[in-house]
Design a protein around this ligand. Structure first.
Ligand SMILES: Nc1ncnc2c1ncn2[C@@H]1O[C@H](COP(=O)(O)OP(=O)(O)OP(=O)(O)O)[C@@H](O)[C@H]1O
Length: 268
């Protein structure tokens, strides 16, 4: 039997930030997590529990204190160099002087794609995010939701097998946000990418995720992992009893997190 392909493994990871004056912040404690290829995982927990830190460690934007992280079986550094993942954060981070198309093509340009191949790929992505008519617009001519779509298209440009998304919809109004969630579900189905998604929104985590990973206050630990097995993720799901059950399960896990964490409930 072949083993299930794994996108990310996090094994007994601790992260301690040390200031020059010797002060320590214990951000993550004994965190272990496995993300399968194509799986959608959300990280949720109180502010300061280390969600962004964990994401940054996977992305090789910071180094672990102890433990081990692998991305498609490689070190995070090797995976970064191989462009194995795309990143999208809360701020779309588009270059204002470049057109929508030129923003999407930026990583391809940096990595030496030929102009014809870049155009072919950006055409596909513009179609995918529904902004083909806006290819020549500048970011300041777009709404917040449209900018975020461009940022997501840019993160998908090199067809990564993994997307790291840190509150990508955090700055959007509720209607745009739900619309973007629907689009992300469709994009994931189309691309088959695994996703690690940081959010503060319980319904967002439940709607999007195969598993919701609940973290305790600092030092961040995983206190519970909630499996969600919905047959489809469409507008009807938002009104479904199973969806509300998921929301309640995550809410209970979050509220119970402090005591569970203090009692050292086993990580999953
Ligand atoms: N570079 C750093 N130096 C020192 N401390 C840091 C650094 N980065 C993060 N921290 C601390 O580590 C802890 C975890 O921060 P992190 O940003 O990962 O939390 P978070 O769960 O993403 O929070 P939020 O939900 O508010 O975005 C916090 O106490 C934060 O102050």
């Amino acid at each position: 039997m072949t083993a299930k392909p794994v996108a990310v493994t996090v094994t007994n990871v601790d992260k301690i930030f040390r200031s020059r004056k010797g002060a320590e912040v214990h951000a993550l404690s004994d965190v272990s997590l496995e993300v399968a290829a194509g799986e959608f995982i959300s990280l949720i927990g109180p502010s300061g529990c280390g969600k962004s830190t964990l994401m940054r460690l996977v992305a090789d934007l910071d180094g672990i204190t102890s433990g081990e992280i692998t991305v498609f079986g490689k070190t995070p550094e090797k995976a970064r160099k191989d462009q194995d993942y795309g990143i999208a954060f809360q701020q779309a981070g588009l270059l204002p002087w470049r057109s929508v198309r030129a923003n999407i093509e930026l990583p391809l340009e940096i990595h030496g794609w030929e102009p014809r191949d870049r155009k072919e790929r950006s055409d596909e992505l513009l179609e995918l995010i529904g902004l083909a008519d806006f290819a020549d617009h500048k970011p300041d001519q777009l709404s917040g939701g449209m900018k975020q779509r461009v940022a997501i298209a840019r993160s998908l440009a090199e067809r990564p097998r993994l997307l790291l998304m840190d509150e990508p919809f955090g700055a959007l109004d509720e209607i745009t946000r739900e619309h973007m969630q629907n689009e992300l579900v469709a994009l994931c189905q189309e691309t088959g990418a695994a996703v690690i998604f940081v959010t503060h929104s319980i319904p967002e985590a439940v709607f999007l995720s195969d598993r919701v990973v609940v973290m305790s206050p600092r030092p961040g630990r995983i206190t519970e992992v909630i499996d969600l097995d919905f047959s489809s993720r469409d507008e009807e799901l938002r009104e479904d009893a199973a969806f509300y059950e998921g929301v309640t399960a995550v809410r209970n896990a979050l509220h119970g997190g402090e005591t569970a964490g203090a009692r050292g409930v086993e990580n999953r």
